[in-house]
Design a protein around this ligand. Sequence first.
Ligand code: FES
Length: 104
Amino acid sequence: MVDWVSVLPLETLRQQGRALVRVGGREVALFWVEGIIHALEDACPHAGASLAFSTLEGHWVRCQAHGLRFDVRTGQMAGGKGLCARRFDVRERAGLVEVAFRLG
Ligand code: FES
């Protein structure tokens, strides 16, 4: 079962380009790229560094710790197979960003 959790106004994400929120006890990094919202767990799959505060280059986020790059659309590491950041479903409803949190 999925529970949609409102986390912040869409306008705030539009203005900031990124945000760090907490959903169901997990830190989630939100990105606004080319008019689309993306959500990744804020823990790099390599060694856990924050992705929310890493460098955003188009739809790629470059981890601040060791420089690996992840596609914010899929969570996949650059170069095909390899590490994958956990992705969350996300949507906009009534001007708010909502993140899907799976129960159970
Ligand atoms: S912790 Fe992200 S690349 Fe190492």
